[in-house]
Design a protein around this ligand. Structure first.
Ligand code: PLP
Length: 411
């Protein structure tokens, strides 16, 4: 054997270190479709952790649409959109996505991506490059999703962009910074629904600030698209917003039940991203069959069935808010299907997740760096496929787990 390769030793040491801090993550493998029950290690678990909010990931009409899409378009796109990968299915999907936001964004055009991560990287880096001499200012909400954070880091590495972080629950510092800002292009970046807390960004106040300071407002509505608004069009529909300065990002692997994401913005901004959005340009287009299945998903989302699914989802949220009463644990005031219980230490969160697993629930512990240090949590999410009975059983189970975990930690 030759001398051991030093990177292997480093990797093993670092992972051991993560484990000692209770920060090592473990993959669990399912042997069933994504739904409210999962087969994991030959056991059936009730899941309250996916982002399949409308329960569409295993919907027979979508399965059928994907199969039909594959027989019509094959299984691969073969190249990036600008080479030969852009199919009529992508075009139809983009046109339909644009109609979803047409009441909210002036001269809107949509651009489809294989993931939300890629859409966010493209939007933030591409928009930052719009600034003359690349000297944009980027204002990013502190609790934004990792893909936005990484987009901001990449933009600041690639351009001369200045970066400021702001607290989305107190916009005063954002306003103060903007007042002093003489840079030619300003970009405010926020999650629509904050993914680990479930609270909703103050979109109208942010838009007012953006208008006053001639900034772009980028909203990542990964957890609002399909869920918020009467027709499920997302946060802009719910808040009744109309503007030409909004860049809206939705993902399609969560409430839409399939995979992918999109950016909706004024056609001039989208055309710029097509020309200069590097992650868009240099990545193979999603299989057109996926776009074909997504057209079916959009039809369900804005139709009667989507409406019924949202109505049921909001009933579950209301029951949770009214009936989930803890002795010591604290619920947040989220009015979305994301309902975290913040437990503080990694040990507490892991113990609660372990005890839930033992009684048949899959609700993993969410730890740093996904959430700030000291705020490890159970991130409970609801799906329209959960029944009221499922929820009430979860509520009684959590009350027992709360007592067990609190007893164990204090003893
Ligand atoms: C707020 C937010 N934005 C973006 C993403 C990334 O989307 P995707 O999973 O499609 O890459 C996620 C995914 O978890 C998210 O929670």
């Amino acid at each position: 054997m030759n001398k051991s390769f030093s990177a292997l030793k480093l990797a093993e040491e670092q992972v051991t270190e993560l484990d000692s801090q209770l920060l090592k993550r473990k993959l669990r493998m399912t042997a069933s479709p994504c739904d409210v029950e999962a087969t994991v290690d030959n056991r059936q678990l009730k899941t309250f952790c996916s982002n399949d909010y409308l329960g569409l990931a295993n919907h027979p009409d979508l399965i059928d649409a994907l199969a039909k899409g594959a027989s019509k378009y094959g299984v691969g796109s073969g190249a990036s959109h600008l080479i030969s990968g852009h199919s009529i299915a992508h075009d139809l999907l983009e046109k339909k996505l644009a109609t979803f936001q047409s009441q909210h964004i002036a001269q809107v055009r949509a651009l489809f991506f294989s993931t939300g991560y890629l859409a966010n990287l493209t939007a933030v880096t591409g928009l930052a490059r719009l600034a003359p001499h690349s000297n944009a200012s980027i204002y990013s909400a502190k609790l934004n999703h990792a893909s936005l954070i990484d987009g901001v880091h990449l933009a600041s590495a690639q351009t001369k962009a200045n970066v400021f972080l702001f607290d989305h629950t107190n916009l005063e510092t954002l306003t103060e910074q903007l007042k002093k800002d003489r840079r030619p292009l300003k970009l405010i970046v926020t999650d629509g629904v904050f993914s680990m807390d479930g609270d909703i960004a103050p979109v109208q106040p942010l838009l007012n600030i953006a208008s006053e300071h001639d900034a772009i407002l980028l909203i990542d509505d990964a957890h609002g698209f399909g869920v918020l608004g009467k027709q499920g069009h997302g946060i802009l529909e719910q808040e009744q917003i109309y503007s030409d300065r909004i860049v809206y990002i939705g993902t399609l692997g969560k409430a839409a039940g399939v995979s992918g994401a999109f950016i909706c913005a004024h056609e001039s901004l989208i055309e710029w991203l097509v020309q200069k959005g590097r992650p868009y340009i240099y990545s193979t287009a999603t299989p057109p069959a996926i776009a074909h299945a997504l057209l079916k998903s959009l039809e369900i989302i804005e139709g009667d069935e989507g409406n019924k699914r949202r109505t049921h989802l909001y009933r579950l949220i209301k029951i949770w808010q009214e009936e989930m009463v803890f002795d010591t644990w604290v619920k947040t005031s989220s009015c979305t299907p994301i309902q975290p219980i913040v437990l503080g230490s990694n040990a507490n969160a892991l113990e609660a997740a372990k005890q839930l697993d033992e009684v048949g629930y899959w609700i993993p512990a969410i730890r740093p760096p996904t959430v700030p240090v000291g705020s490890a949590r159970l991130r409970i999410t609801f799906s329209a496929n959960h029944s009221v009975d499922d929820l009430q059983k979860l509520i009684s189970t959590l009350k027992v787990i709360e007592r067990n975990v609190s007893g164990k930690i204090s003893s």
